[in-house]
Design a protein around this ligand. Structure first.
Ligand SMILES: *Cc1c(COP(=O)(O)O)cnc(C)c1O
Length: 497
């Protein structure tokens, strides 16, 4: 299995190279040359395996330069006791045809752990396989959850350093505390004066700055990314869609071959893209439902075929979805266009010149074959959390609420009765202030991590241990920089050994 660039001009590389390089030289993203097929008998066989065995098998189908024993070792370390649920990614049964796939049982309580607990293993192995002798400096722009999950994944991993930039006024109190109290000798955290798109653009500029790479090279470092554009982030995510299907079979909720829906709260399009990859491998999927919050650029794209980022940016209660340019959509476009790198290049140049592009014909037919999309307002997000909790006692976070609302809209619009899995991307405790507000609970003067106690007191839901520990964690990083200060922050960080 080799990987090529979505822009189509670059040479083909191995899986290890795709992970080690992050981005292709022509500016595109690495994509597998073809989708390995997931045979129905294999899907049944995986039913009796543990999550880490399932994941190792799925990853091995894409990464034939890694052997299965090696991958089993990585997945069993990654999906271990740091997860507070033995199933790692369990299904919560709401009713006979609705499940929540809880992807937040890892050490940082958001779905990013599913990829970022194993990505450092894959990256360090990839660097060895590609004979890289320099150390890697990981740069991350985060809308909140990636930053913490990447810090936790790379903490004290030899031969790595990691620096995270987050939008100063764009993350929740708990998210911020998680990051600024991060432990580890190889970590750095800086707030930027701007939103997530600004942070992402700043990091992209640093990646393409020759002066910086030369200077870093001189000190024995090179830059890489842990954002979801890296193949090492994406491939582990394919596994939980297949694992969810295995569990539905195991529970007798579906028959072999039965098609199901996944509804995914979407921002950068990494999570739902992994679902699309699973579908292309042969997983029986009816619809992939892409749920947006008030920043509904993806919903408009899926409904109209026009991607237009020229619109206001809203800060919402589901901050991890506050994104106007979804990087991983480029990978989907590549497949929709029948692996046509020239077409992708022209969409992307139109996006950077005019802020928009449009698709038509068979490209949009393929999009509509699999995808449905809808958006959810701020008010409906809050009502959804409240309604579900009052009616069933199940507490969900703001992102998951967006997805659940959009699933309900989809069902009333289409009458589709297929079994549907709502992808639950964060513990409600990560977004306490919004969840408490949704439940109409006055918080008085309580703020910051004290809100965690408040939510526990009211709901009786167990506080995840890593969040409980925040209450006594010391702040290590409280600096912030302007957008123009990002380069210097990176140089200072790497200079510091
Ligand atoms: C990152 C994130 C999302 C969005 O996922 P994408 O892969 O960027 O589409 C949704 N919910 C939560 C809680 C997240 O952390």
């Amino acid at each position: 299995m080799l990987y090529q660039s979505t822009r189509g001009f670059d040479k083909k590389v191995t899986g290890a190279e795709a992970i080690a390089y992050g981005l292709a030289d022509d500016g595109g993203l690495f994509v597998p040359q073809f989708f390995p097929s997931l045979r129905p008998e294999m899907l049944l066989k995986l039913v009796d395996e543990t999550y880490s065995k399932r994941a190792a098998y799925i990853i091995s189908l894409f990464m034939d330069d890694f052997d299965i024993n090696e991958l089993n070792e990585y997945t069993s370390r990654a999906y271990s006791c740091d997860f507070d649920n033995a199933g790692v990614a369990p299904l919560y049964e709401l009713d006979s045809n609705t499940r929540f796939l809880e992807l937040w049982h890892g050490p940082t309580c958001a779905f990013k752990d599913m990829a970022l607990q194993i990505m450092p293993e894959l990256l360090t192995a990839s660097l060895k396989k590609t004979n890289e002798t320099r150390s890697v400096c990981i740069l991350v722009a985060t809308s909140g959850d990636t930053g913490k999950a990447a810090l936790e994944g790379f903490r004290d991993i030899p031969g790595t350093k990691i620096m995270v930039f987050y939008p100063r006024d764009g993350v929740s109190e708990v998210q911020k505390h998680q990051m600024i109290s991060q432990a580890g000798d190889n970590v750095g955290v800086t707030a930027i004066e701007g939103n997530f798109d600004d942070a992402q653009r700043g990091v992209k500029e640093i990646f393409s700055d020759k002066t910086i790479s030369d200077e870093l090279n001189g000190s024995g470092y090179f830059l890489s990314s842990a954002n979801s554009i890296n193949w090492g982030r994406l491939v582990p995510q394919v596994a939980y869609y297949i694992s969810a299907y295995n569990d539905l079979l195991k529970q007798g909720c579906i028959k072999p071959g039965e098609k199901i829906n996944f509804c995914v709260p979407t921002g950068n399009f990494g999570n739902i893209l992994a679902a699309y990859y699973a579908e292309r491998m042969g997983l029986p999927v009816n619809k992939l439902i892409c749920a947006s919050n008030r920043n509904d650029v993806l919903t408009q794209f899926i409904k109209t075929g026009v991607y237009d980022r020229n619109r206001p940016f809203y800060t919402t209660v589901s901050p991890s979805m506050d994104i106007l340019v979804s990087s991983n959509l480029e990978r989907l476009l590549y497949e929709l266009a029948g692996k046509d790198g020239t077409a992708v290049t022209s969409y992307m140049s139109s996006l950077s010149e005019k802020g928009k592009y449009s698709i038509s014909g068979r490209v949009s037919d393929e999009l509509n074959r699999v995808f449905y999309s809808g958006s959810c307002s701020e008010e409906d997000t809050m009502k959804t959390i409240n309604g579900l909790y009052v009616n069933s006692g199940y507490l969900i976070d703001t992102h998951t609420a967006v997805a659940y609302k959009v699933l309900n809209d989809y069902r009333s619009e289409t009458g589709d009765k297929s079994v549907s899995v709502v992808v639950s991307t964060a513990s409600p405790y990560k977004f306490c202030e919004s969840v408490l507000a949704a439940l109409d609970i006055p918080v008085g003067s309580a703020g910051g991590v004290d809100l965690i106690d408040k939510l526990a007191e009211i709901t009786g839901c167990e506080i995840p241990a890593p969040l409980l520990a925040l209450k006594t964690a010391a702040v290590r990083f409280n600096n912030s920089v302007s957008l123009t200060g990002m380069k210097k922050a990176v140089m200072d960080f790497v200079g510091k050994r």
